[in-house]
Design a protein around this ligand. Sequence first.
Ligand code: HEM
Length: 549
Amino acid sequence: IVKNILNSLGFGPSLGMAAVPNAIIQKYEGSFFSFIRGVLGGDLQTLAGGPLFLLLAKYYRDYGPIFNLSFGPKSFLVISDPVMARHILNGGVDDYCKGMLGEILEPIMGDGLIPADPKIWKVRRRAVVPGFHKKWLNSMINLFADCGDRLVTDLSSRPPTVAVDMEERFCSVTLDIIGKAVFNYDFGSVTKESPIVKAVYRVLREAEHRSSSFIPYWNLPYADKWMGGQVEFRKDMGMLDEILTKLINQAVETRSEASVEELESREVGDDPSLLRFLVDMRGEDLTSKVLRDDLMTMLIAGHETTAAMLTWALYGLATNDPGLMKEIQAEVRTVMAGKSRPDYDDIVKMKKMRYALIEALRLYPEPPVLIRRARTEDTLPAGGSGLSGGVKVLRGTDIFISTWNLHRAPEYWENPEKYDPTRWERSFKNPGVKGWSGYNPDKISDTMLYPNEITADYAFLPFGAGKRKCIGDQFALLEASVTLSMIINKFDFTLEGRPEDVGMKTGATIHTMNGLNMFVSPRSEENPIPETNEWWGQQHLSRGLNVNG
Ligand code: HEM
């Protein structure tokens, strides 16, 4: 009876939205109790009976690359097709906006780049992009290595018999890095706990909870006065805003105005932060809130995402054939040849290590879905759906592009569930998929260290694509490369317990359920550097290819 009443009220599990006439209407198939718990708790994750992206993966297997999914009043068009994704992400910024993501993140990020509507975004993106110039990125390598040194010192002090939660350690080191890079503020979280660091984490958890929430509980009248979590959230945001305002004011007081060209060629000096760059940039509007919003956005966007890439790369290396880790360590140790920190040229030489990171981003994309809302009527190309005439999308349709599904689809990847960094050296194409040109390593140019959405023709979207592509992709990849190389140069890692015990849970990023607990032992001379390319080469030979693909 309850089920029928809920169905008739629009909360039923088998509803479809008629906005997309050609799309397959999908019904919810989770357990009835998880559905009720989800509705009452206002939580999509509970409603889905686990991480939402896993439910989307199941439906993708059953129903193909496009379907409509409804949870009561919420309805989404779910897309797992590179040709459709390319169309949406590469279209004009005015055609699709962030929709519900913008609504959820607004109280935290304001009009920052991620949630910003197209009008504000156009102005802000133009202002922020120059801050990520090449000279700055190169100078960041020193910062990454300084923070990596702290991590190495901390890990050296741990007894090898007590497991260390490496996910937590990676979150700390990336928080320290982003704090310095964005505001020249040292959270010092690798070495100490502080109320500010705790506030950052609570705000992140709240943002994640909101993004998987069924009911916008934070909009309830006076929620921040009486709802426990919301009262705390208001206090945490107050604390972070106070620090940000202080840092912005300090930077404004010491402003030394210059053109973008002058700023790009300026020596970085004591304060390499983006805040310094933006405040000094001629023409930047310092009175408005957008500067605060963009900095807060980068603090949140650039921290746990990079930590997750490191976590899943180390997990992938530690849970696979030991030959893989040994060979990547061999590469790193040979290139670093007794040094404790790599420079840019060293990273260029560590191709296997870089592919180990990219492979983690394929298997664990952060976030596992990209969210859009159609601002005008549109027709998507048919792609792999086989729907002749394409798919009509009505204005206002909410869209999930499932990067998780795209990155693990057998149509686009051989042996997709396997963590195999060697795959990035081989080309792959399924001629049966209309409009998809395949993965092609030859598209990786000399100046480009990592495969991206172009090399995989949109079957790989770790940083999104098009005009709203991640602004910090190269920053994050270099940061993770420096950090991973520094620790696998110095230590060996063994997982505590079984790989399946690590588990997965998600919000904006995919976290482990129980931490990445690892025994960390200093590199010993009994573990000599193998000189061969044996393991890596074998992977190619087993597929009848030579090592160069
Ligand atoms: C946007 C992923 C690191 C700042 C995005 C998007 C993705 C992404 C998928 C596109 C979202 C969409 O289309 O809806 C990642 C991953 C990272 C990472 C996987 C690390 C491994 C960073 C870092 C920063 C950053 C380090 C800043 C320093 C941003 C910003 C945007 C963005 C500002 C919005 C861009 C715009 O709309 O113009 N990121 N990101 N991200 N990211 Fe990242």
